[in-house]
Design a protein around this ligand. Structure first.
Ligand SMILES: *[C@@H]1O[C@H](CO)[C@@H](O)[C@H](O)[C@H]1NC(C)=O
Ligand SMILES: *[C@@H]1O[C@H](CO)[C@@H](O)[C@H](O)[C@H]1NC(C)=O
Ligand SMILES: *[C@@H]1O[C@H](CO)[C@@H](O)[C@H](O)[C@H]1NC(C)=O
Ligand SMILES: *[C@@H]1O[C@H](CO)[C@@H](O)[C@H](O)[C@H]1NC(C)=O
Ligand SMILES: *[C@@H]1O[C@H](CO)[C@@H](O)[C@H](O)[C@H]1NC(C)=O
Ligand SMILES: *[C@@H]1O[C@H](CO)[C@@H](O)[C@H](O)[C@H]1NC(C)=O
Ligand SMILES: *[C@@H]1O[C@H](CO)[C@@H](O)[C@H](O)[C@H]1NC(C)=O
Ligand SMILES: *[C@@H]1O[C@H](CO)[C@@H](O)[C@H](O)[C@H]1NC(C)=O
Ligand SMILES: *[C@@H]1O[C@H](CO)[C@@H](O)[C@H](O)[C@H]1NC(C)=O
Ligand SMILES: *[C@@H]1O[C@H](CO)[C@@H](O)[C@H](O)[C@H]1NC(C)=O
Ligand SMILES: CC(=O)N[C@H]1CO[C@H](CO)[C@@H](O)[C@@H]1O
Length: 481
């Protein structure tokens, strides 16, 4: 066995050397005075005594003609012995057989060599397979770099079945019904205006009218917003929870997504659950770390004993898990609202607003903030709309920097829902040269919703003396659950 492998490597090397001695590029091979160039891939594959079954499959699918064309291909030919174990239901189903055959053929020529770096190769069926030295996916290349007029073929000791990607796997699975139902409920039809036919202009609104008949796409919000685990070109990892665990984690989340209906609460909570379960990068069971960081920056604890099963897919891994015990403080990080990004003002005071870039003398770090002075408006307010706040209590902090006047010191307060709402948080004095967070108190958001906050200035109205002033670096809402 060892002897045979050595012989093979030497033979491979000889061919590789011969090829590269002739030319660097396959396309320039016309100088070669070799019989092979008179024979196309199909002819040569069909002539070999040990690849007759694959030749028959090529004929059955019409790929004998394609491999006899002038286009260049590489074919990974399983031996007759390897194909003994091919499922007859694939052979008898033309569509399946085509996908099987085309998972062994790729455009352009690829030589195999132990010295080549690993390559993911796009096969004709749209799947990628890994060529790593003399391994093609899980198969060994036992006769490498055989050439013909229009390309290269390699004989391999196993067939390489076309496998599902992470998303296809989920769609075909029966082990995670809840997750699956929810993930598929995020499907929607996208109207692509760039591909639609323009049929006119709405006389009332002046907007372009389209016919979307041939311009719709099936999309899914999980694939759009979390990770496109249906994409073959990049590696992904998808974690799916069995029903029990899905329910447990969902129940942990629902209190923080109170809405007017149970249904929308469930949908919001479910999305918040699954959005931290799709990852870029392929993590096999042994490569999984203790903690993954989700696309949304959330720490996801991975307890390897809770992996029910792992499946390699064409673009990564699916792990079915019986538990992912999320830590609430990671799921709900603080909400930070930047002072220099207001939504609205009580009145136009553009001349009195300063958007500043300052340096914190305590740590040397720069920060941006907003400062207003001498704006002549009693109880002036600056509005901050904070989207999608959870139904929970928050400890509220702000950093409001007064580095302009030791006296007079002014007071400002934070109000919720309306600028006049004085019931929640009291006025606080903005101390001179305090760069630290100041705890303002607690607010309770009763429902999952967008919330308007108002930073309200002093109750007097003056245009000088610095009595009317408001300053804000940021507000931090820390979940108190
Ligand atoms: C298959 O047959 C060809 C010749 O027809 C030979 O060169 C090759 O070594 C054989 N490969 C295997 C794996 O038997
Ligand atoms: C292979 O080449 C053909 C023709 O150039 C092209 O239509 C096809 O999309 C290519 N297939 C892949 C998988 O790149
Ligand atoms: C391809 O066919 C030609 C002509 O029959 C033959 O000389 C050559 O050895 C074949 N190549 C391979 C790799 O089988
Ligand atoms: C999964 O389902 C798709 C259709 O949705 C099908 O084409 C594919 O063959 C199925 N995969 C398996 C392994 O059954
Ligand atoms: C897509 O266009 C159709 C009309 O062709 C319309 O009924 C449908 O509401 C549109 N869908 C979206 C998501 O805009
Ligand atoms: C949609 O495609 C069909 C078939 O190609 C064509 O007959 C029809 O005119 C197209 N409709 C639009 C609105 O593009
Ligand atoms: C890990 O999962 C196993 C199996 O579900 C469970 O028995 C164990 O308590 C879990 N460990 C931790 C630290 O949660
Ligand atoms: C989940 O983790 C918390 C600590 O974060 C722990 O108190 C709890 O027992 C864990 N739940 C399970 C089912 O392991
Ligand atoms: C004042 O804020 C509280 C939130 O704590 C809210 O319940 C109440 O409706 C608000 N009042 C007004 C007038 O907006
Ligand atoms: C506001 O008035 C005070 C006192 O007159 C003055 O020091 C400060 O520069 C003024 N600020 C602005 C922005 O006009
Ligand atoms: C949140 C969600 O979509 N839950 C559904 C999961 O799937 C089951 C059926 O398998 C439904 O009953 C749930 O409503």
């Amino acid at each position: 066995m060892l002897f045979k492998r050595n012989k093979l490597t030497i033979a491979t090397l000889a061919i590789t050397l011969a090829l590269s001695a002739c030319s660097k590029k396959w396309d320039d091979h016309n100088q070669v005075t070799d019989n092979n160039i008179n024979n196309n891939l199909y002819q040569n594959i069909s002539k070999a005594s040990n690849t007759t079954i694959f030749s028959q499959l090529l004929v059955k699918t019409g790929y004998d003609k394609i491999l006899a064309s002038s286009k260049t291909y590489t074919v990974w030919v399983p031996t007759d012995q390897a194909l003994q174990s091919l499922d007859p239901s694939i052979v008898s189903d033309t569509a399946k057989l085509r996908l099987f055959v085309t998972n062994h053929i790729c455009n352009e020529s690829y030589l195999a060599s132990t010295t080549n770096p690993d390559q993911r190769i796009l096969m004709i069926d749209g799947k990628y397979e890994l060529l790593s030295g003399l391994k093609f996916d899980s198969a060994n290349i036992i006769t490498a770099n055989q050439y013909a007029a229009n390309g290269i073929y390699h004989i391999i000791d196993k067939f390489v079945p076309r496998i599902d990607n992470c998303w296809e796997w989920m769609q075909n699975s029966t082990t995670v019904p809840m997750n699956k139902t929810f993930l598929l409920s995020l499907n929607y039809i996208y109207n692509d205006t760039s591909k639609a036919k323009i049929i006119g202009v709405d006389p009332v609104t002046g907007q372009t009218q389209y016919d979307f008949t041939n311009a719709t796409q099936n999309r899914n919000r999980f694939l759009d917003k979390v990770a496109n685990v249906n994409d073959e070109t990049s590696p992904y990892t998808l974690i799916l929870l069995v029903d029990n665990s899905f329910t447990t984690e969902l129940n942990k989340l629902t209190p923080w997504f109170k809405t007017s209906t149970t249904d929308s609460t469930n949908r919001l909570s479910s999305f918040h659950l699954v959005r931290d379960l799709g990852f870029k990068g392929a993590y096999s069971p042994s490569q999984l770390p203790d903690t993954l960081i989700s696309q949304f920056g959330v720490k996801v604890p991975i307890n390897k004993s809770a992996i029910v099963a792992s499946y390699r897919t064409s673009n990564g891994w699916v792990h079915v898990m019986s538990q992912v015990n999320f830590t609430l403080t990671y799921k709900f990080p603080s909400v930070i609202v930047q002072g220099e990004a207001p939504t609205a003002f009580a009145a136009d005071r553009t001349a009195n607003v300063l958007y500043r870039i300052r340096v914190n003398p305590n740590n040397g770090q720069t920060f941006k903030d907003l400062l207003m002075q001498n704006y002549s408006y009693a109880s002036y307010w600056i509005n901050y709309n904070v989207p999608a706040m959870n139904s929970m209590r928050y400890n509220v902090y702000w950093v409001a920097v007064n580095d302009v006047q030791a006296t007079p010191l002014w007071q400002q307060r934070l109000s919720m829902d309306s600028a006049a709402n004085a019931t929640v948080l009291p006025y606080v004095t903005v101390a001179y040269q305090n760069y630290n967070e100041v705890l303002l108190g607690q607010v309770t958001v009763n429902q999952f919703r967008n919330v308007n906050f108002y930073v309200v200035g002093p109750t007097v109205s003056t245009n000088s003396g610095g009595t009317d002033a408001i300053s804000l670096d940021y507000i931090r809402f820390e979940p108190a659950f």
